[in-house]
Write a protein that binds this ligand. Structure first.
Ligand code: T6T
Length: 327
């Protein structure tokens, strides 16, 4: 089973072809900074690879600089340091919808174009003249509400359409994971009346915490049927918790993101379905869009990238496995 969605990617692709020609003609060497949510996450490592591929094709210098954890407190000083170096453009995955608005305004006021990748600030609808955080030029990401809905459908199917489930999530205020949880709950409410969604457990992007929370929920609700891990560490931790509780295959796990460990976890039945994002596409189109803007081209205000749904039946297919993240 494999599904991919594209919005705006086709026009972005056409743009990238004309840009390679522009790059040859343009003598200025641009520096584009990519600030990830955190540096050690396979999702952002894969995004960097895509960004580097576009940078190489366009003759751009890519600077990858980030914090060791997913936290505005550590991301803002990195952003300040990047602004001080005055790159030609900044691509950033803001770690909070609200807390990164003011720090990013400084980049905008310094004349550095800002594009957000993966996560957004404000409402994520940019260049409308409305709201405080609409100044970034573009938002390039997965459709996270849709991703949450896909997770709900997959978990509902895995548990036979009834029973108790919960969302293992990072923390409120992150655009991506907030939207996944929203999509998940909306879909459950609309189409699965026999499923009860228990209170969300927030783990601060700590897989160990997510694992002990799974055991805590199971201790309170022994009839727990399933869990949706809303990002890589939430899913990894929830899966570990299920295993530690001796419930592999009994408590179903639907996971967002696709680290290398996914292959074993799908094969052993610890995880039922994995929704892989396409972070390399996000990085690639981030650099292409920034370069297009810098060389006088207009760019789409949003670019949606795809998903690949992975399960036991298709994970051996190289066309699917290519979307497993780089470590
Ligand atoms: O799920 C991704 C990313 O989309 C999200 O914004 C934060 O968590 C990840 O990086 C996975 O750990």
């Amino acid at each position: 089973m494999k599904r991919r969605t594209f919005t705006g990617a086709a026009s972005a692709l056409a743009l990238s072809f004309t840009l390679v020609t522009t790059a040859v003609a343009d003598t200025k060497k641009y520096t584009i900074a990519l600030i990830p949510g955190l540096t050690t996450d396979a999702f952002y490592i894969t995004m960097k690879k895509g960004a580097q591929a576009a940078a190489d094709a366009l003759g751009v210098d890519l600077v990858f600089q980030g914090a060791p954890d997913f936290n505005p407190v550590t991301q803002v000083p990195v952003l300040d340091a990047v602004i001080a170096r005055h790159p030609d453009a900044i691509l950033i995955a803001p770690t909070d919808k609200v807390q990164l608005i003011e720090p990013l305004k400084k980049a905008n006021e310094a004349g550095i174009p800002v594009i957000t990748v993966d996560t957004f600030i404000g409402t994520g609808v940019y260049q409308t003249g409305a709201g405080d955080g609409d100044f970034p030029l573009s938002y390039i990401a997965s459709d996270n509400v849709l991703g949450g809905k896909m997770a709900a459908r997959a978990l509902a199917a895995a548990i036979g359409g009834e029973g108790k489930v919960y969302v293992s999530n990072v923390k409120p205020g992150i655009s991506t994971t907030d939207q996944r949880e929203q999509g998940f709950k909306d879909e459950m409410k609309a189409n699965f009346p026999k499923i009860t969604v228990l209170e969300t457990q927030f783990n601060d992007d700590d897989a160990n915490k997510a694992a002990s929370q799974l055991q805590g929920v199971f201790a309170r609700d022994a009839d727990l049927k399933g869990v949706f891990g809303a990002n890589l560490f939430s899913a990894l931790g929830a899966g570990n918790g299920v295993q530690q509780a001796g419930q592999t295959g009994k408590i179903k796990v639907v996971a967002f993101d696709a680290p290398g460990s996914i292959v074993d976890n799908l094969k052993t039945g610890l995880v039922d379905v994995e929704i892989a994002q396409h972070p390399a596409e996000i990085g690639y189109y981030g650099v292409v869009s920034a370069f297009a803007h810098l060389t006088g081209h207009s760019i789409p205000v949003s670019i949606g990238t795809g998903f690949t749904i992975m399960d036991k039946s298709n994970i051996g297919d190289p066309a699917v496995a290519q979307y497993i993240y780089s470590e």
